[in-house]
Design a protein around this ligand. Structure first.
Ligand code: DQA
Length: 146
């Protein structure tokens, strides 16, 4: 059974109320429940965490290395555009990861085009709101099967 861990960065705990025109009406709990159901249907062991703190995300990524996680799905949120520390943590544990975004980051403000993750990600899925996470898991499954 493959182990997938999902990391959600700052302000994603406010999904549903936060800029719904950009991020949608669904809460993080709604989105994660749908993903957990999809994972269970596919026989994937999946868990998830959310933090507003960069250090907590680094600690959790290091823990994923110790826990033998096979794949990471990460939405670094605002840290996408700033965090050398989270990038270094992902490189340190050497776990392949898919970067996801609810919004189409490259079609937004120019500062969102600065990205510390895309060049080391297995792939990037952006712009499909909550469905981005399902597509990321499907992409991981396709890669494992091929
Ligand atoms: C985001 C895009 C980021 O630019 C932003 O800071 C977020 C959410 C997304 O999922 O679309 O917090 O990662």
């Amino acid at each position: 059974m493959i182990k997938v861990r999902v990391f959600n960065g700052p302000n994603l705990n406010l999904l549903g109320q936060r800029e719904p025109g950009i991020y949608g009406q669904r809460t993080l709990q709604d989105v994660m429940q749908e993903l957990e159901q999809f994972a269970a249907d596919c026989g994937v062991q999946l868990d998830h965490m959310q933090s507003n703190s960069e250090g907590k995300m680094v600690d959790a990524i290091q823990q994923a290395g110790e826990d033998g996680v096979d794949y990471i799905i990460i939405n670094p949120a605002g840290y996408t555009h700033t965090s050398v520390a989270i990038r270094d943590a992902l490189l340190s544990v050497d776990i392949p990861f898919v970067e996801v975004h609810l919004s189409a980051v490259n079609s937004r403000e120019s500062f969102r085009r600065v990205n510390f993750f895309s060049d080391i990600a297995s792939g990037v899925i952006s712009g499909f709101r909550g469905e981005s996470y399902l597509l990321a898991l499907q992409a991981i499954l396709n890669r494992i099967e091929s």
